[in-house]
Write a protein that binds this ligand. Structure first.
Ligand code: PGD
Length: 750
């Protein structure tokens, strides 16, 4: 019998056959994701953590900073023994240093499922113990989370901008900075039962909408949309946007009425544009001045939507393109009109623009955080390496706490963080590193304690996401492999040993919780929202529940446009802030009070002459299931592919399909070369998510033998405002790899 199930990249049904787990996509999904084919490998022992495991040095010599993290061997031990030791160490640190010595930010995408969601589990556990240091914001869109509330009073442009349906029906022109890559719209945190973005774009195009792609990569927008491609130099979008604003000002075609009625600080902003000519921007961006002028003039001829992908802001000074895009859209004057204005993150996941509000969902309660100490999520290495040191963020002066225990469930910092050798040094400074993982990821291989977690296929749950219109009764497909246990079980055992077991579990087993969460939702928030859901048993028997469609269509800031005095934005002025007194007051030279062009410090030079674009992968979600079928089919010579323009390959005598070495100021890795004119000259593109393999790297004389691009990237915040992830860009050199490439070892048992 096939069993309903869900993942961040699609709902499906699964069945166990003699050949392993077989999946079929949800029948209502018009364009199921190829990532589904990665899932069956999770049901095999390859790369699975099969037993509770402990690093030899920690087990034998006790906790403490240790340079052997990342190279030491592991011992398989009994569950009880390991839980006792971990609980004793937790008790030691809490007694000697308090909860501010524990880091349980535990950033990561984990898996679909409302109850077993790893971060929720870990946060509830630490809140029972008096709290732990947590993280603020995300790697995905940390810049927008901090900047947008200051500019437009909320995170709405990046969480629920104008609906796709409004763009489909009304936009004449879509200008997509960073594009609308299909690969990113295939995934949505918590699940996505229908993949609709590609279809909506096709309909808009068939109606006559035109698309302009601003990106160094041509395939950041589907070829069928017949877009004009402005192949911008990476990291220069803000200069392009300021020049677009300049043209509207010079032509006198901007909406003075909109600026006066709906914005604050427009005089200051307009006063900075005189020298931001298309000729000035052409030098920086590589886009001909004539094309810049033509685009600005085209933008005011019809209904125009200005979009900035999350990735464009995932850069040094990433605040600037986002703020400048809001300013350009304000000058066009269509914010609040159907199909017009601006948005941040369309197609950056499948949920953005899908619906106006979010559905109420069954939610595992975490209790309040008694400690309330947070660090910006992408500053984890700084915190571990510089305890007590001062830093600034969003107008505040803070000090990093002294972290001794690092506790992670559902994330892979040795994939997601920048400058992995620095992260290695940071993890080595901790006293104890605890990781809950189904797989021997590189983060697990840098931990002292590795608790084997179940995968979703091994447990029941409720699949649901804020912007998806279906609840899936996820069923257990097969029993846990080896000694894997649910994170809930492991944390319950630790909680019991630390004297808070009853508070953590409230006397419920996992199955009790799932039913309880569903019923609590059905009779509470769902009922209040007018959603009539069946009782739990009927929901499970049906396999899913379709949530009601939403009436009307979301247009971002429509009510503000209709009456800005009655519906002011939650900014100090109540208006869109083209100049922010608050930000100006912070005195940050890396993020002044209005959008500016700031040249990134690291640009290609003689030693590292190429721009690297380190974007999210097309063949897996982040680093998840890198050993799965789709991900493996995408590898070139067993490494992560790196794409390069034919001219750049010719200058270096590089051959398509060969193994190459990428080097930056931070480190080096191997990659498999793909020569492609979809990449701008002077740019190479390599996706994140190949598991970090220092072992095969050491053999090859590089930092990673497999192709984890984050050995190359720089660990620096976007600015003192957002302190967000800047992993998209770096300067690199690429050369041929001489010799026999080592075997990738990262999927072997350690
Ligand atoms: P994932 O690979 O999804 O990456 O970083 P993130 O850490 O989220 O990691 C999730 C981990 O959770 C996997 O190892 C998986 O096995 C584990 N897991 C899944 N289910 C469970 C479970 O039930 N229990 C437990 N214990 N573990 C589980 C993603 C991050 O990377 C993000 S969101 C972005 S947008 C960033 N993007 C970039 C970028 O553009 N460029 C660079 N250079 N770097 C980036 N890093 C960021």
């Amino acid at each position: 019998m096939s069993i309903p199930h869900s993942s961040h990249w699609g709902a499906f049904r699964a069945v166990v056959t003699a050949d392993g787990v077989q999946l079929t996509a949800h029948p209502d999904d018009p364009e199921p994701s190829a990532l589904l084919a990665n899932i069956p490998v999770a049901a095999t022992p390859t790369a699975r953590v099969l037993k509770p495991s402990v690093r030899r040095g920690w087990w034998e010599d006790g906790p403490g900073p240790d340079d052997r993290r990342g190279t030491d061997g592991y011992l398989a031990v009994e569950w009880d023994e390991l839980l006792d030791r971990v609980a004793a160490d937790y008790a030691r640190v809490l007694a000697d240093h308090g909860p501010q010595a524990v880091y349980a930010g535990s950033y990561g995408w984990a898996s679909a499922g409302r109850f077993h969601h790893s971060q929720s589990q870990l946060h509830r556990f630490s809140h029972c113990l008096g709290g732990a240091v947590r993280s603020s914001w995300t790697y995905s869109h940390g810049v927008g989370e901090v900047l947008m509330p200051r500019v437009v009073g909320s995170q709405e442009p990046l969480i629920s901008p104008t609906a796709w349906s409004s763009i489909e029906a009304n936009s004449d022109l879509v200008i997509a900075f960073g594009g609308l890559p299909a690969k990113n719209s295939e995934v949505a945190s918590g699940g996505i039962s229908r993949h609709e973005v590609a279809g909506r774009l096709r309909t808009a195009r068939a109606r006559g909408a035109e698309f302009v792609l601003v990106s160094p990569l041509r395939d950041d927008l589907a070829a069928e949309l017949d877009a004009s491609w402005l192949d911008v130099v990476p990291g220069t979008d803000a200069a392009l946007l300021l020049a677009l604003c300049h043209v509207l000002q010079a032509d006198g075609t901007y909406s003075r009425e909109f600026l006066e009625k709906y914005t604050a600080g427009h005089e200051e902003f307009l006063g900075t544009l005189d020298d931001k000519t298309p000729e000035w921007a052409a030098e920086i961006t590589g886009i001909p001045a004539g094309d810049i002028r033509a685009l600005a003039r085209r933008a005011v001829r019809g209904r125009t939507m200005v979009m900035v992908s999350w990735s464009v802001a995932r850069t040094r000074f990433g605040e600037q393109p986002l703020w400048a895009a809001a300013a350009f859209a304000a000058m066009i004057g269509q914010i609040g009109l159907p199909g017009g204005g601006f948005g941040h993150g369309y197609a950056s996941t499948g949920g953005v623009g899908k619906r106006a509000g979010s559905y109420p969902l069954p939610t595992f309660p975490q209790f309040a955080d008694p400690l309330r100490v947070r660090i910006p999520v992408a500053r984890i290495s700084d915190a571990l390496l510089h305890p007590g040191e001062a830093y600034e963020v969003d107008g505040r002066h803070e000090n990093y706490p002294h972290l001794r225990i690092v506790h992670w469930a559902g994330g892979n910092p040795f994939h997601h963080h920048q400058d992995l050798q620095r992260l290695q040094r940071a993890f080595r400074a901790a006293e104890t590193v605890i990781v809950h993982e189904p797989f021997w990821t590189s983060t697990a291989r840098h931990a002292d304690v590795v608790f084997p977690s179940t995968t979703t296929l091994e447990r029941d749950d409720i699949g649901a996401a804020r912007y998806d219109d279906r609840l899936i009764a996820m069923g257990r497909v097969h029993p846990p492999l080896g000694e894997a246990r649910d994170d809930y079980w492991t944390l319950s055992e630790l909680a019991t040993r630390l004297g808070v077991g009853e508070r953590f579990t409230q006397g419920r087993k996992a199955q009790d919780w799932i039913e309880h969460l569903y019923e609590e939702w059905r009779t509470g928030p769902a009922a209040r929202a007018g959603i009539v859901a069946p009782p739990y048993a009927e929901f499970v028997a049906a396999g899913e529940f379709a949530l009601p469609a939403e009436p009307g269509e979301k247009v971002l800031f429509a009510s503000f446009r209709a009456d800005p005095d009655r519906y002011p934005l939650r900014t100090p002025s109540g208006r869109i802030e083209l100049h922010s007194q608050a930000i100006a007051g912070f005195g940050y030279d890396d993020c002044p009070g209005h959008p500016v062009w700031l040249a990134p410090e690291e640009v290609p030079d003689e030693e590292f002459p190429l721009h690297l674009v380190a974007n999210n992968p097309a063949t897996r979600l982040h680093s998840q299931l890198d050993h799965g079928a789709t991900s493996q089919q995408g590898k070139v010579a067993g490494r992560e592919p790196v794409r390069m323009h034919p001219d750049d390959a010719a200058t270096r005598d590089l051959v398509d399909g060969s193994v190459v070495v990428l080097r930056s100021r931070r480190g080096s890795c191997l990659g498999g070369l793909v020569i492609s004119d979809a990449v701008r000259r002077g740019v190479v593109q390599m996706s994140t998510g190949a598991w970090f393999d220092p072992v095969s790297g050491a053999e090859a004389g590089v930092t990673c033998g497999h192709g984890n691009v984050n050995v190359l990237t720089r660990d620096v915040g976007s600015s003192r405002l957002a302190q967000a992830c800047t992993g998209q860009h770096a300067a690199v050199q690429v050369s041929a790899f001489d010799g026999v490439p080592p075997r990738v070892r990262v999927f072997d048992q350690p």
